[in-house]
Unconditional design. Structure first.
Length: 90
């Protein structure tokens, strides 16, 4: 496990997060004392539920990235569901 000081981490956060994304684990220190570790998040292994939905015919997946609805879902008036979600996030 590699060690990185808090000041170095703050200064070059993007660089260190790229290292973590590629599998590195970091030990964060303040004045030489360990305070935290940063490690990559493991991908969820249990996606059986998604495969079961496809097998039951309740969902479809062709192996690609989701593209969204072909026609936007209308909400009251001329608003779409996506505009409501964006408004709610503000």
């Amino acid at each position: 496990m590699e060690t990185v000081g808090i000041r170095e981490l703050k200064t070059h956060l993007s660089r260190h997060l790229k290292r973590v994304r590629s599998g590195a684990r970091l030990l964060v220190t303040v004045r030489g004392r360990s305070i935290a570790t940063i490690s990559p998040v493991e991908a969820p292994a249990d996606i059986h539920w998604a495969h079961q939905l496809v097998a039951e015919g309740r969902a479809r997946w062709n192996g690609g990235t989701p593209t969204g609805a072909r026609t936007p879902v209308k909400v009251k008036g001329k608003r779409t569901a996506s505009s409501v979600v964006l408004e709610d996030r503000r």
